[in-house]
Design a protein around this ligand. Structure first.
Ligand code: 3H9
Length: 697
């Protein structure tokens, strides 16, 4: 008997229990165990009905994603589901936690479903570049109809138990926490009432009623925008449509073909990599799992601007009180008004209640005095990028904050060690780099100084999780991981424009690759003055930072979206970039001043120069240990800069392109274009010569 699936009879009910932590995924042992347990149940003359239930925190959460890309071992999941559905004894699935993907498909293969009221169900395969491949696309429509099935399958969003009941996905919802007791009671009712075996595959009313509906074409049209560049959402629609066009058995065949197309797509590989990478980043190499964490029950934030306000909202959203400091009452009032407006907008969309708006606002206490920071557990400084100002602030924090308080800077580029040197407690100083808009973007780049204590590192990673961010722990250097790579891409993109490309051509190459916006649209969003100020600081520090047409924009007051003009123009209230001939003229003027004869530049060159310069920098970041693993770099880019998750992040993408190909091109650019940024990273060179990948490190 399988250890992960057991069979036991309780009264007249044969109980099949899955116990495969952490999430009862349908690995090979579970699939074969399910068949063996079913067989026992069939042979058990005393069992009048069978119950499928899971131990631990959840019902089956899907196929075992770790098996993807490896040779499939029989029995396959579709045949396990089919065998359950074919049973002549009624089978009841009792659901707690999350019944997801193959897990929900198993439940749909049972004849009745009962769920705890806290349970959720979903078919999230699309988030992994797949579609439900064990009958989900054929059975769900037979219970819930076209609209609900398309919504669930193309978005991967979960339905609550109440919604599942309303949509016919489950037959009953019960309160309480003892899922087995709930399942046994339901099974006994089935026996007592002599309820028949009810196979979803035979329920044809809903698919007949909506045959020939134009909802599928409408859906495809909608996805053109919502799922730009993605492969599997469209295949999901095809598969669901098949349920309305073909008899069940043929629909299953069609689902299989479409599933295999998705399984073999590079997007599936990228999304599965991103899924595991997101979970791996929290396991920091060299930081023991049992490292203690400091209590964080109150937070002080310095700066009520866009960044500080957004950061404050993250803490208020999870019930952590915040003291928000500004030097002037006016700035404080303005900052709080913006926070309130953001919350009111969310309430208007129905995502939070008006009472929650008030609760959250009440958690954010404004102050003009550092004395109010005397007892906070964590301080996050979010003022503009100026080392002198930051050092003054940290000097003050050192005086007012209690011993053991964590002192964090939201700097996006500056040296954490230098900031820490303004205090007598560098072990408590750390970077917590949020991404704009800070209440929306999921990344939190936590930056360790050379003296940051281990428990501070562990605490900021735990804080990330608490405020629902993905925390990545990185080392200290100019720009850390994300902005250091972005800086190289920005400089190269600017040079491409110097040489003859237009900003919109560069941006299009990047959006075609799957970025939500190009380099220059992003500069407009962040503010042209941000980069300008950083370049000016570096020039003052004696660095050789070449003149740029971007400087001219800043000097003309074209600061981006906030002034409705930057690289692009923006109409009042719109974020849509519009090409401005004045900028073309400004660029032409700049080229003339610099004596540059513009040339035609192909998209491939733009792609290689913008992306490979980042990969080369990423390799340097890895060899210096600034990022511990390639997957850390990938997650920084996916969650901080909108790198398309279906390409798995920049380092994963580099492996797909080919490390050797990238190395050869980087070397060629170094020989022809010159510049340190093109000096091949030693790691890139080594991997290329050994035929290895970043993923192999
Ligand atoms: C599918 O079903 C295809 C079928 O249609 C067709 C087949 C023919 N497999 O997220 P957590 C691990 S596709 C293997 O931190 P939470 C995860 O890596 C699948 N491992 O916990 C982590 O490991 P570790 C459709 C899995 O409580 C640990 O479990 N299903 C799987 O925040 C805990 O995970 C999905 O896409 C898996 N399926 O969230 C569901 N799932 O501890 C994907 C999780 O070593 N999973 N692990 O880092 C989830 O959405 C969340 O994990 C879940 C729990 C909501 C279940």
């Amino acid at each position: 008997m399988s250890e992960v699936v057991t069979y036991q009879r309780e009264g007249a009910v044969g109980v099949i229990t899955v116990n495969y932590p952490p999430v009862n995924a349908l690995g090979h042992a579970v699939r074969s165990g399910l068949l063996a347990a079913l067989e026992q149940g069939q042979q058990d003359a005393e069992a009048k009905a069978l119950l499928l239930v899971c131990e631990g925190r959840t019902f089956i959460a899907g196929a075992d994603i770790r098996e993807f890309g490896k040779p499939m071992q029989e029995p396959g999941l579709p045949s396990v589901v089919e065998t359950f559905e074919s049973s002549d004894k009624p089978i009841i699935a009792a659901i707690h936690g999350t019944a997801l993907g193959g897990g929900l498909e198993m439940a749909l293969g049972c004849h009745y479903r009962v769920a705890l009221d806290s349970a959720k169900v979903g078919l999230p395969e699309v988030k992994l570049g797949l579609l439900p491949g064990a009958g989900g696309t054929q059975r769900l429509p037979r219970l819930a109809g076209a609209q609900v099935s398309l919504d669930m399958i193309t978005t991967g969003n979960f339905a609550s138990a109440a919604e599942a009941l309303q949509n016919g996905i489950v037959d009953a919802v019960e309160s309480g926490s003892d899922v087995k007791a709930v399942g046994l009671a339901f099974a006994q009712k089935v026996i007592d009432e002599g309820k028949p075996v009810r196979r979803v595959r035979d329920l044809n009313d809903k698919v007949e009623a909506e045959k020939g509906s134009d909802i599928f074409d409408q859906y495809r049209a909608g996805l053109q925008k919502k799922a730009r560049g993605l492969f599997s959402p469209f295949k999901c629609v095809d598969a669901v449509e098949a349920a309305f066009q073909l008899p069940f058995a043929d629909g299953m065949k069609r689902e299989r073909e479409l599933f295999m197309e998705c399984m073999e797509s590079p997007q599936r590989a990228g999304l599965v990599h991103a899924f595991f990478a997101e979970r791996e980043v929290s396991k920091v190499p060299g930081l023991a799992k049992d490292t203690p964490v400091r209590d964080v029950n109150s937070v002080g934030i310095i700066g009520a601007g866009t960044m500080g306000g957004g950061i404050a909202m993250n803490f208020a959203n999870v019930g952590i009180p915040v003291r928000l400091l500004e030097v002037k009452q006016e700035a404080l009032d303005k900052g709080l008004a913006i926070i309130r407006r953001n919350y009111e907008n969310t309430a208007r969309k129905g995502r939070i209640t008006q009472a929650q708006v008030e609760e959250r606002m009440a958690l954010i206490q404004p102050t003009l005095s550092y004395d109010d920071f005397a007892d906070v557990d964590l301080v996050i400084e979010a003022v503009f990028e100026n080392m002198g100002v930051k050092k003054d602030i940290f000097g003050t924090l050192d005086k007012v904050c209690k011993p053991g308080a964590i002192l964090a800077s939201n700097t996006s580029t500056l040296d954490i060690d230098e900031i820490a040197s303004a205090t007598s407690r560098p072990q408590d100083v750390v970077g917590m780099h949020f991404f704009s808009p800070a209440n929306v973007m999921k990344l939190l780049e936590n930056v360790c100084g050379s003296q940051t204590a281990d428990d501070v590192k562990a605490t900021v990673m735990a804080v990330a999780k608490r405020i629902k961010k993905v925390g990545v722990l990185v080392g200290n250097c100019y720009g850390f991981v994300g902005n250091r790579m972005l800086h190289q891409r920005g400089a190269e993109a600017t040079k491409l424009v110097n040489e003859g490309a237009s900003p919109q051509q560069v941006d299009k190459v990047l959006t075609d690759l799957g970025f939500p916006m190009g380099q220059f649209a992003m500069s407009d969003l962040a503010g042209i003055d941000v980069g300008y100020r950083i370049r000016e600081e570096r020039r003052k520090a004696g660095e050789d930072v070449p003149a740029s047409w971007m400087d001219k924009l800043a000097e003309e007051g074209r600061l981006g979206q906030k002034t409705q003009a930057g690289v692009y123009l923006y109409e009042e209230g719109s974020r849509k970039p519009v090409v401005d001939p004045k900028v073309d003229a400004l660029i032409a003027e700049f080229r003339k001043e610099q004596g540059i004869e513009p040339r035609e530049i192909g998209d491939q060159e733009i792609l290689e120069r913008c992306m490979y310069v980042m990969i080369n920098e990423g390799a340097k970041i890895l060899e210096e240990g600034i990022a511990a693993r390639a997957l850390d770099v990938d997650i920084v880019w996916i969650y901080g800069y909108g790198f398309p998750a279906y390409r798995g992040g920049p380092m994963f993408w580099a492996d797909q392109v080919g490390v050797k190909e990238i190395y050869d091109t980087v070397k060629r650019f170094h020989d022809t274009l010159g510049g340190d940024q093109w000096k091949p990273a030693a790691l890139l060179e080594r991997l290329a010569s050994e035929g290895k990948t970043f993923g192999s490190l």
